[in-house]
Ligand binder design. Structure first.
Ligand SMILES: Nc1nc2c(ncn2[C@@H]2O[C@H](COP(=O)(O)OP(=O)(O)OP(=O)(O)O)[C@@H](O)[C@H]2O)c(=O)[nH]1
Ligand SMILES: O=C([O-])CC(=O)C(=O)O
Ligand SMILES: [Mn+2]
Length: 596
């Protein structure tokens, strides 16, 4: 067996970290170990190596300075939820919505796959800090990976290298992630989490949430379990600052399932004059109860891993501006002259020949499948987004006035409604459902329950998670107001009724006015809705009928939905908090009453 060569001096004296790196190297047998420090020099070296090996295509430096295209293995293009496991000592602690694997089984089935897996490859030691430097809420993780693509992505997505090691110091507690591409076979692909020991094992995938372990694995699955033990919340939410023309600012979080509009809402350009949006985070939010009785939120990330298709100067100008330089694109299409393209970005000539996400010739006129993969992505530092202001770096976080839940619901859910109380809001979040998207493998467009957009990301029993939300709410003297929104409701012709994107400011405006107590609302069985004039439609071309449909509540349809909701909640058996069942019963009663 050849000896592992260490390419550079470990930039830390942390003994626990150094010993662990050694132990994993002995098992995975890399040819080389490279400690990542986050320097420019390191970036240039890794990018050059990637370009030389053919896994990076350098884009035209005039149109895309310092930017690259990566094409992942065609069988490895999205999170694989059926291969994602929570390993707790007792199966019931993972709960009915997670796949569970015992440590013994992981040791027998997954650990051997790592044996010699890094042979002939470099093992990158990637220390990363989740959260602003100096924040008491920030946490350190280290990912050992044989993918330079992962190392370069983590450099953008997190505060990587020395910043993380500085925060860690000599501490022994940090999240330990081991990642190997393995042989990329879907048959030998596993993502296993051990919340009790803060470990993550991921093998066989180089894509997104499967491989960038800081994101879904650490910041949601592991962190949600830590948050429960410590009295805070780790959520799949964007964070935005909303400032009215009068200069009043409120911070809002929103939980929408994957590919349902978080990145877009987080940086929207308001279509109403005088309003301002500030982006604090676009995917993950850690919230702590403050001594003032409010919830305070930080974005643990430092970059965006955003959905490319549908992003354009019209729908999301701030994202397009953020993509002007220093971007890693994954699985988008390539035009002549090494410029990127994706569906919805711009009009392509019918005959222009481009390369699709696999590198095959593609023309618009003769296309049978999209040129960019529907889950193609861009990785870009958040600070490049024009709407990102300093508050994403605030150690204290920002105080939250409102929480939004929402999803893709072509039917039933109105444009917006407000929960009657925090407790009712937890019920609204717990019973939310959404049509599936390309962000995970499997069928697209299937309605499924996705509580708080956390179905694939909660690292423990979801019944306990609901109870934890209730407990956190009880401890708040100034809880945020909770709303449900739906940008995706369709009319009878199957077309989406609400223009969305920049026009979502009109809904946010009503929400801000509700928070401040200046807007009225009408009672309905499901919650509080805006009056028809409550949504500011100035300068907008929306028919009266469309607005009526967007704000309609069909009690009969909601009662049918309630049957499915009850069936879903029953899965949690004795772990389901009684308060949720009580909320369910009152909803059903209100719906029945509204029919008479
Ligand atoms: N119709 C409509 N589509 C939207 C709206 N907002 C976002 N989308 C589309 O939905 C898709 C996903 O949007 P994102 O904002 O990237 O979703 P996300 O929740 O950040 O996704 P993840 O990164 O997977 O967590 C894109 O194709 C968007 O163009 C909206 O208000 N209306
Ligand atoms: O985790 C990923 O691959 C991308 C993402 O943000 C999500 O799916 O919510
Ligand atoms: Mn996401």
């Amino acid at each position: 067996m050849t000896k592992t060569k260490t390419m550079n001096e470990a930039p830390t004296t942390n003994r626990a970290l150094r010993a662990w790196v050694q132990a994993i190297a002995e098992h995975t047998r890399p040819a080389r170990i490279r400690w990542c420090d986050g320097s420019e020099e390191e970036r240039i070296t890794l990018e050059r190596d990637m370009a030389l090996s053919g896994s990076f295509i350098e884009l035209d430096p005039r149109t895309h300075p310092r930017s690259f295209l990566h094409r992942s293995d065609p069988t490895d293009v999205a999170r694989t939820e059926h291969l994602t496991f929570i390993s707790t000592p007792r199966r019931e602690d993972a709960g009915p919505t997670n796949h569970w694997m015992s440590r013994e089984e992981a040791q027998a089935r997954v650990w051997p796959l790592f044996a010699g897996a890094m042979k002939d490859r470099t093992m990158y030691v990637v220390p990363y800090l989740m959260g602003p430097a100096g924040s008491p809420f920030s946490r350190v993780g280290v990912e050992l990976t044989d993918s330079p693509y992962v190392a370069l992505n983590l450099r953008i997505m997190t505060r990587m290298g020395r910043a993380a090691l500085g925060h860690l110091g000599a501490a022994e507690s940090f999240v330990r992630g081991i990642h190997s591409l393995g042989d990329l076979s879907p048959d030998r692909r596993f993502v296993v989490h051990f919340p009790e020991t803060l470990e993550i094992w991921s093998i066989g995938s180089g894509y997104g949430g499967n491989a960038l372990l800081s994101k879904k694995c650490h910041a949601l699955r592991i962190a949600s379990a830590q948050a429960r033990a410590e009295g805070w919340l780790a959520e799949h939410m964007l964070i935005l600052g909303l400032t009215s023309p009068e200069g009043r600012t409120h911070y809002v979080t929103a939980a929408f399932p994957s590919a349902c509009g978080k990145t877009n809402l987080a940086m929207l350009v308001p279509s109403l004059p005088g309003w301002k949006i500030e982006t604090v985070g676009d995917d993950i939010c850690w919230m702590h109860p403050g001594s003032d009785g409010r919830l305070w939120a930080i974005n643990p990330e430092n970059g965006m891993f955003g959905v490319a298709p549908g992003t354009s100067l019209k729908t999301n100008p701030n994202a397009m501006k953020a993509l002007a330089h220093d971007v890693i694109f994954t699985n988008v299409a390539l035009r002549a002259g090494r410029r990127v393209w994706w569906e919805g970005m711009s009009q392509l000539d019918e005959h222009e020949i481009i390369e699709d996400w696999r590198g095959a010739k593609w023309t618009n006129g003769a296309a049978t499948s999209p040129a960019a993969h529907p889950n193609s992505r861009f990785t870009v530092p958040l600070r490049q987004c024009p709407s990102a202001a300093g508050s994403f770096d605030l150690a204290t976080g920002v105080p939250i006035s409102a929480i939004l839940f929402g999803g893709r619901r072509s039917k039933l859910a109105p444009l917006v409604y407000e929960a009657r109380s925090f407790r009712h809001g937890v019920y609204v979040g717990a019973t939310m459902a959404s049509e599936t998207t390309a962000a995970a493998t499997g069928a697209v467009g299937v309605l499924r329950n996705d509580p708080m957009a956390m179905l694939p990301f909660c690292g423990y029993n979801m019944g306990d998670y609901f109870a934890h939300w209730m407990a956190v709410g009880k401890g708040l003297s100034r809880p945020p107001k909770i709303f449900h929104v739906n940008w995706f409701r369709t009319g009878d012709d199957g077309r989406i009724l609400w223009p969305g994107f920049g026009d979502n400011i009109r809904v946010l405006k009503w929400i801000l006015e509700r928070v401040e107590g200046t807007a009225t609302a009408r009672e309905s069985a499901i919650g509080l809705l805006p009056h028809e004039r409550g949504i500011d439609l100035t300068g907008m071309d929306l028919s009266k009928d469309a607005l009526f449909q967007l704000l309609a509540v069909d009690s009969g349809a909601w009662l049918r939905e309630a049957d499915g909701v009850l069936e879903f909640l029953r899965k949690f058996a004795d772990r389901l908090p009684a308060a949720l069942l009580a909320e369910h019963r009152s909803l059903v009663k209100r719906l029945h009453d509204s029919l008479h």
